[in-house]
Design a protein around this ligand. Structure first.
Ligand code: GLU
Length: 208
């Protein structure tokens, strides 16, 4: 179990995502991470820390990053030890950042296929295959098609949320057998593993 949280809307995604992760901290504490769009240079910036969420909060105080679109994660490791490299969000070059709750059963098969296409993997996680697969599809197809092509390849349980500098005000998300719900107001959207992440802030809730 772990938690994923995403936010797009008015103001600070860092504040919203950290608040959501704090409320879901019971779901995993091997590591924590946050990623958001960096409007100054049009890229994605990532911060991660091994251990409890407080370590990520401290890392973000030392090098503050923020934007109105962001994603976060607390990890309960299933594939690979609790290290900085294995912490989410996972990236594919600068093309996307992605957080995932679940287990991809056929990740070895997909990993080998992508390695034959010269994709370089840096972590031990099953999650990294989703990041590379989605980035490859996003370069070839429109966002909806890219997401569909990606999930068609995945066997197992997943709830994932991703951001891309190509689409700075979009959150990409999909789920199968792992929970994910959406909260919204007129100008903000949250997406999270548990409704607790945005209870009191969102006016409307959708269970995916
Ligand atoms: N399988 C992924 C990993 O080991 C996600 C685990 C989780 O759901 O926390 O990083």
């Amino acid at each position: 179990m772990c938690s994923v949280v995403g936010y797009v809307g008015q103001g600070s995604s860092r504040k919203q995502v950290l608040e959501g992760l704090r409320r879901l901290e019971y779901r995993g504490y091997d590591s924590a991470g946050f990623a958001c769009f960096d409007a100054h240079n049009g890229s994605i910036v990532v911060a991660k820390a091994v251990g409890a969420l407080d370590n990520l909060v401290y890392a973000l105080e030392q090098s503050p990053i923020d934007h109105s679109t962001g994603i976060g994660h607390t990890r309960w490791a299933t594939h690979g030890p609790a290290t900085h490299t294995n912490a989410h969000p996972h990236s594919s070059g600068g093309a996307i950042a992605l957080v995932h709750n679940g287990i991809i059963e056929n990740y070895q098969e997909i990993k080998q296929e992508l390695q034959r296409e010269s994709v370089v993997f840096i972590s031990d996680t099953d999650t990294e295959v989703i990041a590379h697969l989605f980035a490859r599809n996003l370069a070839l197809y429109d966002p909806r098609q890219a997401l569909l092509k990606t999930v068609q390849r995945l066997h197992g349980a997943y709830a994932f949320v991703a951001i891309s500098p190509q689409y700075p005000s979009l959150l990409f998300a999909a789920r199968k057998s792992s929970p994910l719900c959406i909260g919204r107001t007129l100008d903000s959207h949250w997406i999270a593993s548990d409704v607790l992440a945005f209870t009191g802030a969102a006016k409307e809730v959708l269970f995916m």
